[in-house]
Design a protein around this ligand. Sequence first.
Ligand SMILES: [Zn+2]
Length: 243
Amino acid sequence: MTSALRTAVEFARAARRVVVTTGAGMSKESGIPTFRDAPNALWANYNVEDLATRGGFRRDPALVWRWYAERRTMIAAARPHEGHIALARWEERCDSFVVLTQNIDGLHAAAGSKNVVELHGNIFRYTCFDRGHDVEGPFPQDATPPRCACGSLVRPAVVWFGESLDPAHLETADAALSSCDVLVVVGTSGLVYPAAGFALTARERGARVIEVNPEQTPLTEIADVFVPGGARTILPELVPQTG
Ligand SMILES: [Zn+2]
């Protein structure tokens, strides 16, 4: 065990109130490619403006629907890895435990985590494009985008580029970060909002910040300890094995 990991384990063992924030790196180890590593060359000619913005959907809803349908199929086949499972077990032993995830795949819940805030939404849920209300799925994935009862198109319930995060989610995050002993940042660069802000908030309020990433990031400066490695290997070692 490296000394960084030993230090992180000490922080983790002492913590009763824990917040974990996870990003694309966490899901990547379950075989879910990041937005930029699209699995299919067909998508190489499109960018985020085409596929993950309101303007893109307005211009070509069928294209965007097809992109998400493809990702949904891929994600439905993915399974939580040992890192997801380690977090779910850790939650059982803590007084308070919140996962703040940027991932839209539902893998934390699938692993058994109960207190999960899906900051960027969930690809298996749907909302009304015009009015923003929830729409009950599922829908045929091969067809053109379905219509809501109100006549609007239906879209995936994910936060697109240029859209704001749910203020209720941010309030929950802030409350958890204000009272936690430890924040663990996993698989997110820190450049991506909101992970960097979370780390700063947690530190200001006196929590220890542990970063788990394959390589150093802009966040590393803020973290109390940087543990190099993937979530799948490091999290099972980090999490206290006994009460
Ligand atoms: Zn509607």
